[in-house]
Each structure stands twice: as C-alpha cells, then as structure tokens.
Design a protein around this ligand. Sequence first.
Ligand SMILES: NC(=O)c1ccc[n+]([C@@H]2O[C@H](COP(=O)([O-])OP(=O)(O)OC[C@H]3O[C@@H](n4cnc5c(N)ncnc54)[C@H](O)[C@@H]3O)[C@@H](O)[C@H]2O)c1
Length: 369
Amino acid sequence: MAVTLEGKNKFVPPPDLGNKCPEDDVRRFITDCMKAVGVPQENALLMADILVEADKRGHYSHGLLRTEMYLADMLKKLCDPCATPTVLKENASTALVDGNNGLGPVVSKFCMDLAIKKARETGIGWICNRGSNHYGIAGVWAMKAAEEGMIGMSFTNTSSLVVPTRSVKPVLGTNPIALAAPAEGGNFVLDMATSVVAGGKVEKKVYEGKPLPENWSLDKEGNPTTDAKKGLEGFLLPLGGAEETSGYKGFGLGMMVEIFCGIMSGGTYGPNIRDWTKADRPADISHCFVAIDPSCFAPGFESRLGDLMNYCRNVQPVDPQKPVMVAGDPERINSEKMKADGGITYDMSLIEEMWKLAKYLGVKPLQSV
Ligand SMILES: NC(=O)c1ccc[n+]([C@@H]2O[C@H](COP(=O)([O-])OP(=O)(O)OC[C@H]3O[C@@H](n4cnc5c(N)ncnc54)[C@H](O)[C@@H]3O)[C@@H](O)[C@H]2O)c1
C-alpha cells in the first residue's frame, strides 16, 4: 500500500505528461524533493543516487516510487535528515553503530565505508547498526565493497509482512540478503528478499490488474490467494512458499537476517518493528554490512568466479530464447536497456503522482524525454 502525503491529491495533473524520464532529471527531481523537506544537499544527492540505481536495475519497487515514503517520515519528524551515525563500540574488524535515526542510505554508506576500511586493514569488516531507516535495495551496499575488489554483504530487517511456515501471523519483514563479489567480465550480485518476492511486486500486480502466481501470498484471513488486491492486504510467504515446497528454508533465512540485524545490534526486531504503512514512531531499522578481502585467501578469485559465471551462462538452456543467467545479469541487462533507451520509463500512474508531489512541495516537476 503506497504512502500518500495528505493534501497532495488536490493537484490535478495535466493530460499530456510523458513517462520516459532522463536519468539525470530523475536524480535532480528526487534531490529537489529531499531538499524541500530539509535534507542537506549531500544527503539529498545520496538518496537520489540510491533510488535511481534501483530503477535502473529494474527494481522499481525501491526507486522513485518510494520517494514519498521517505518524505512522509521526515515531514512527520520521525526521521532526522541531518543525523550522522555514531560508533558505539569497535575492535579491529567489527563495529556496532547507532544510526541516530538518520536516513537509511546515510547510515548505510557510513557503515559500509567502515566495513571496507576494516577489511583493508584486517581482511574482514563486520558492522551492525540500529537506529536507521529504510535503506533501499540491499544490493547497492554490497556492490560498494565489490567495486573495491572485496566480497560485500548487506542485510536489513524491515516491517513484518512474512508469515512463518504453519502460521498466518506475520513475524518477519521481507529481510533481504545481498552478496556482491568481484568477477572478471562483470560482478556477481545476488540481491534478494527472503520472502517469495519483495512486497512491491505484489503492488505492481495490483497496478497491472494481473493475478499473483500461486504460492506468493495469503489473504488477511490466512488463505492462499492469487488475487493481487487481497494479497496486498494480506501477507507474503517466505521464499520457497508453502511447507511442501520448503518455505521453511526461506523462513530460516529471514531469521538469519534478523539475527545479523535487530538481534546483534540491540535494535527493534521481528514483529516489534512498526507497520510501514502506519508511520507513527521512528522505524528503528537495523542493518548489517560485511566486507571480506578475497586476497587473504587463494589468489585468482576474480578470474575463477568469472569462469564459473560464464560456464553457468553457457550451459544448454531449456528454451534457446532464454539463456541461463547468473545473479546480477537481469539487473545489468535492465541498466543497459535504460541507457540505450535514453531514459527510465515509469508507469503513467507514478508519473502523475510525482507531478502532484512536485506541486505539493513547490519543486520543478519531473521532465520527460
Ligand atoms: N530495503 C528493504 O527493506 C527491502 C526488502 C525486500 C527487498 N528489497 C529489495 O527488493 C529487490 C527485489 O527483491 P526480489 O527478491 O524480489 O528480487 P528478484 O527476485 O527480482 O531477484 C533476486 C535475485 O535473483 C537474480 N535473478 C533474477 N532472475 C534470475 C534468473 N532468471 N536467473 C538467475 N538469477 C536471477 C537477480 O539478479 C537477483 O540477484 C532487491 O533489490 C532487494 O534488495 C529491499
């Protein structure tokens, strides 16, 4: 369910808006929106970079669409756009950080930079934080380490939406896992929710008027449903789906993420995290960031990983029109397509919402190609 700012709907968008937007203007628009609610320039630019990267990678559920959610928290003074994180405790390769209720990307950049620094000095950096907010797609943080030649991992807890196997009551968020590793020919980037899909994909099916695949969602009474609207009001199954298809493994992975995040950091965990559609108190989200220097192990890491990835890509596909991919390939293909298209194409309904948002905040609306 999208977060909508009260009063925004009185603005009526013109009928001739375009929906293919130049990447730079999407960045400019998000930066302007952030600055309009008091986000300092540097943090506003970071927010814009993270959201635009999600759209370019094809994860529209975590890009421009989420701008309003971040703004709502700041307008309600539930998140501090100027806060900087503090290290509470550290040794050579670990640290516990308090995000001081700052923006998720600001806290995440601080923590991943620290993990990379510690990995350079000791081979590994493992950082847990509490007191943060939504950090966007998990993959961008892991990729920061891979860009420095390291294996990067990132995890976050989120508001409860996922039921444990054998129950109809949500206890965990969609708690994503990301692992990025440097490889010859293009990095490996596994970036996934520990639910069957990220919650935004159910929202997308509602917009598209399409049914859900089996085994994604339960309605709010706990019955399996393929009705997208009922699924959106209800809950998600853990990765794997029902017990018969090993959903308990996804539930276990979601628990693993929560151990690394809320439990290790001493932040809010599991069902105690606020309902994200009813922002009535600070989110107190916990994340975990890991960087590992592969040169501490056998030489030739990047070449062996590149070799394995290429081997996988070249195994015989069931359908010759659909070659085998490895994690990170779909997002790479999407980014290349955006570049070739000369802009990011959004759903018309989102473009209209962003036009209303521009008027509401008094910033220049998003431009189209
Ligand atoms: N911040 C949060 O609270 C939060 C919570 C949940 C999810 N998310 C984000 O939502 C995004 C979407 O998550 P998702 O689980 O729906 O992603 P997804 O199912 O689209 O992709 C998951 C992974 O599988 C890979 N993949 C996809 N198709 C493939 C194929 N055919 N062959 C091989 N690999 C393939 C992708 O490269 C990706 O690494 C992620 O970026 C995630 O970080 C964020």
